[in-house]
Design a binder for this molecule. Structure first.
Ligand SMILES: [Ca+2]
Ligand SMILES: [Ca+2]
Ligand SMILES: [Ca+2]
Ligand SMILES: [Ca+2]
Length: 231
């Protein structure tokens, strides 16, 4: 069987790229020129990776199925990451990943949530984190943030507007706009997230599974201190 024929059977359709397991390493495929191997994620991604541009060949891309986690743009040619749909950044050359009608009708995939405009999806951890992520700035809306319960592993800043990772309490960097995360008294009064307990310093929270596991999770190593834990 000649090589072209084999390619035909592999794809079931004529394609301009050929797979040669012997020559390219895993997850890489040969360009049509037979000289170059490119990562399979670079096929039909909108950028030329093969010197002969065969990775973006129209006929090939129309027939190409996107990798797991990737979806086709409206042009039926380009593959973009599924989490890039309606994320506020243009990934498709034809801009279809941010098309207003499409995004309005699209449900965000967990853990992403819709901005107030109903168009954009942002990671839920970016709600009330102190930075604008929604184009309409609704992720930092004061009233909404005050009413928002911080997610798992997060704690409220003193102003009640912002959620930060509990590990950012008293870590030497200001994470809260009101800087309350670096005030020891405030951190001491902060309740740890579920399944977490305070270290001896009364500031930092560590997960229950970190107690007596032979590794220091508390800065003061109190999670491995039997005397402290027995109290
Ligand atoms: Ca490419
Ligand atoms: Ca996008
Ligand atoms: Ca934000
Ligand atoms: Ca901090």
């Amino acid at each position: 069987m000649n090589y072209l024929l084999l390619t035909f059977f592999v794809y079931g359709i004529c394609t301009s790229l050929s797979i040669s397991a012997t020559d390219c390493k895993k997850n890489y495929v040969k360009c049509q020129n037979g000289l170059q191997c490119v990562y399979h994620g670079f096929l039909c991604d909108g950028g030329n990776d093969c010197d002969d541009q065969s990775d973006e060949d129209e006929d090939f891309c129309i027939a190409n199925r996107c990798q797991d986690g990737y979806v086709k743009c409206k042009d039926n040619l380009q593959c973009v990451r599924a989490i890039g749909l309606c994320d506020g950044d243009y990934g498709c050359r034809d801009n279809s990943d941010e098309d207003q009608d499409f995004c309005r009708a699209t449900k965000c995939k967990e853990p992403y949530v819709k901005c107030k405009d109903g168009l954009q999806c942002v990671h839920y951890a970016f709600k009330c984190d102190g930075d604008y992520d929604c184009r309409d700035k609704s992720d930092e809306d004061e009233d909404a943030c005050k009413a928002t319960q911080c997610g798992e592993e997060f704690v409220n800043c003193k102003d009640g507007l912002q959620c930060i990772f509990h590990v950012d309490l008293c870590d030497g960097y200001n994470d809260c706009r009101d800087k309350s995360d670096e005030v020891p008294e405030f951190s001491k009064a902060t309740i740890c997230p579920n399944e977490h307990v305070k270290c001896k310093d009364d500031i930092h929270c560590v997960p229950l599974y970190g107690l007596c596991d032979g590794e220091n999770d508390c800065i003061d190593a109190s999670d491995e201190d039997l005397d402290f834990l027995q109290k």
